[in-house]
Design a protein around this ligand. Structure first.
Ligand SMILES: [Zn+2]
Length: 693
């Protein structure tokens, strides 16, 4: 399907209150030229309008279910000439998202302080919404924002830029709504129609939600509500479906702009409002059931009245819905997937880059602002700078939580002197893969010369610093908080750097919890008993921090072993019958007391005596050791013997039980580590080590 080849050139004046740039409009001239020179264009235009009028006159078409939401996936292409991310010509992801959010609020007429109008036809919810595409044509994740460092195509007349954009950069217009932001061109904004193009170009200097709403109106086939710039006369209004902007509830208007009126007190430049007597015209005479003659609708997005802009009309909504239902269902169906992709685990984006000169050392300090768009913490960051033939790459430990934006001041970098194009790229360096690397690099053109002091090219470097204090009287760098303070610091190159100091008062206490253990009899910070202790410390920022100390006491292990040895042998250095107490260091690092009941047998008895140690050695086997799930203990002992299992800290893990021929202990839920099995007979007891993994 071919679309009408509409070229809507918008040359702009007073598009926003603060930008009084005078540019005129070429819309009607270009449209007329197209109709004169391109029969296909003329025929398609005619066919579109015939179908539109047919639709409006058909009673069925006016019945529309409530709360239909048309959602369009948008891709933003930014073309700049080595402008750093976050600058006017290369706006940050955050700025783009803010503009799109406010554009959505204009389309739904739901923004804060959106005016209400006497006419029920004004200021309606268009039920059209836009999202940034989250899937690209190759079905990979995207943020919907593409940045091109391109000195050839970041500036120039629309007629030179648009063929390249259409042929080389635009994503399939039947799937995506393409918007190009350029550093400079001959219009503030323009919608270029036709199936080959079908995209919007915005001069980035003029990027704001009002202008975007205007151009999107053109995208959905709305025309300016004023007649044209050529004759500037009031249009005929004998059939409002055939004349003017083909929308009956926008009052006829000759000239663009305010024509002497103000947003609150508009003039009434045309008296043809009542001329169409049919029911199509809501402004037919009051005597015929109409609303009568109207003042100029300066609030309409399709006029040139930037600071008044606040409304689409019911009729404009119907024309946009007609355009969508007849021409744009493919974008709409695509949006089911392209708008809905869930955020990936790892996705970081450069939001802004500044390089400032230290006023004392004259070294160059980069400050980068990073957004974490993923679902996981970023813990390490690799930052690479390339300038001329020099390349610096460093890894920095940092923590950026999901859905946050953080500014990081990096150690100074020794950039080569003179005017340089610096390329800066970031990557998560902890073996994670960034889902979208299109927003990980930027270019920055800067003069690192130290000898020339020029103030003519000064752009103040602005950086923000947040300080948290704990009461309203705290002073930070001479400012009594809380508040936002602006300080100017001169740099050695004669330019200023501006610091935005945000002093925040927080009563929140920082709570931390630590676990510690000591041996029985030892003292930690005056404590020798098991328990949870709360201490309050004052941090360097004057804020209280509260620490919970969970103290556990490791018991002294005591074990008794009964040992028989033959005369002439020794057991741990002992050679005569008796009770010995040895102090050892256990695996926990605490003392372990071993009581040895040693009997030394004479040679005759020695062969037949069965000590507990030799009894166990000869008759008991346990396996596997280390054990992971189950431990088996096999016994061929005839006499009664019991066993119990203790942790390394002496805690009873398994109650004493009688040893059978085959015993099974389930250990899979035990904490991995060292355990002791204690075997007991009436002769005494003996301990063996087992390891659970
Ligand atoms: Zn326009």
């Amino acid at each position: 399907m071919r679309y009408p080849l509409v070229l809507t050139l918008l040359l702009w004046y007073a598009i926003k209150p603060q930008a009084q740039t005078l540019i005129s409009c070429g819309t009607d001239i270009i449209a007329q030229q197209s109709a004169d020179t391109n029969p296909t264009y003329a025929n398609e235009q005619l066919a579109y309008e015939v179908a539109y009028r047919h639709k409006l006159r058909s009673p069925v078409s006016r019945k529309k279910s409530n709360n239909v939401l048309f959602l369009f996936p948008v891709v933003i292409h930014i073309l700049h000439d080595c402008s750093p991310i976050g600058s006017d010509n290369n706006p940050s992801d955050t700025k783009i998202k803010e503009v799109l959010t406010r554009t959505n609020e204009r389309f739904s007429h739901s923004y804060t302080n959106a005016p209400s109008f006497e006419s029920p036809l004004y200021g309606i919810d268009t039920e059209i919404e836009f999202c940034l595409a989250s899937v690209n044509p190759d079905e990979e994740f995207t943020t919907g924002i593409l940045r091109h460092n391109d000195s050839d195509y970041s500036s120039g007349p629309i007629t030179e830029l648009s063929p390249y954009f259409g042929e080389s950069l635009a994503w399939d217009p039947s799937q995506y709504l393409n918007i190009f932001l350029v550093a400079n061109t001959d219009v503030a904004g323009v919608y270029l129609g036709g199936s080959e193009r079908d995209f919007i170009i915005i001069n980035t200097t003029f990027l704001w939600d009002g202008l975007l709403a205007h151009e999107l109106g053109h995208y959905f086939s709305l025309k300016h509500i004023f007649s044209n710039e050529v004759d500037q006369a009031c249009p005929l209004n004998t059939d409002c479906l055939l004349q003017g902007d083909f929308v009956c509830d926008t009052p006829p208007k000759g000239m663009a702009g305010k024509n002497g009126g103000t947003c609150d007190l508009p003039s009434n430049s045309c008296d043809a409002d009542e001329d169409d007597l049919s029911e199509n015209n809501p402004y037919r005479p009051v005597s015929m059931g109409g609303l009568g003659d109207q003042a100029d609708m300066l609030s309409n997005y399709m006029d040139y009245t930037g600071d008044c802009w606040a409304a689409f009309t019911q009729g404009q909504k119907a024309r946009m819905h007609f355009n969508i239902e007849e021409r744009r269902m493919s974008q709409l169906l695509g949006s089911i997937t392209t708008c809905m992709e869930t955020p990936p685990l790892y996705e970081i984006a450069l939001e802004a880059v500044q390089i400032i000169q230290d006023t004392i050392t004259s070294t160059w300090i980069p400050i980068i602002t990073i957004a974490n768009n993923g679902n996981a913490d970023v813990t390490e960051l690799q930052v690479t700078f390339s300038a001329a033939t020099t390349r610096f790459s460093n890894e920095y430990a940092t923590k950026i939580e999901p859905n946050t934006i953080t500014s990081i001041t990096l150690p100074s970098v020794d950039f080569p002197s003179g005017l340089q194009e610096v390329f800066i790229s970031i990557a998560p360096s902890d073996d994670t893969i960034d889902a979208y690397i299109g927003n990980n690099q930027t270019c920055l053109s800067m003069d690192f010369g130290t000898s020339v002091s020029s103030t003519s090219n000064c752009q103040p470097i602005v950086f923000t610093k947040e300080v948290i204090v704990c009461n309203n009287n705290a002073r930070v760098d001479g400012h009594a908080g809380p508040g936002i303070f602006r300080d100017t610091f001169p740099m050695s190159n004669g330019c200023d750097s501006i610091r935005i100091l945000d002093v925040v008062v927080s009563s929140a206490r920082i709570v931390s919890e630590i676990d510690a253990s000591i041996c029985e009899g030892e003292i930690l910070e005056g404590r020798s008993e098991k328990g949870a202790y709360i201490d309050i410390f004052t941090s360097s920022t004057g804020c209280d921090s509260l620490r919970i100390l969970n103290l556990s006491i490791l018991p002294t292990l005591e074990e008794t072993v009964a040992i028989s040895i033959c005369n002439g042998e020794n057991y741990q250095g002992h050679t005569t019958t008796g009770t010995y107490i040895d102090t050892l260091v256990s695996y926990s690092g605490c003392d372990s007391i071993q009581i040895i009941k040693l009997s030394v047998e004479d040679t005759g008895n020695c062969l037949t005596t069965n000590t507990i140690e030799s009894l166990i050695a000869a008759n008991i086997t346990f396996y596997p050791n280390p054990a992971t799930e189950r431990l088996f203990i096999q016994s061929t002992v005839q006499e009664t013997i019991s066993y119990a299992i203790y942790s390394i800290t002496g805690i009873l893990i398994q109650q004493p039980s009688l040893l059978k021929e085959r015993n099974e202990v389930k250990v899979q839920e035990w904490t991995p580590g060292l355990y002791f099995i204690q075997f007991t007979t009436k002769k005494g007891h003996s301990t063996r080590k087992i390891v659970v993994e």
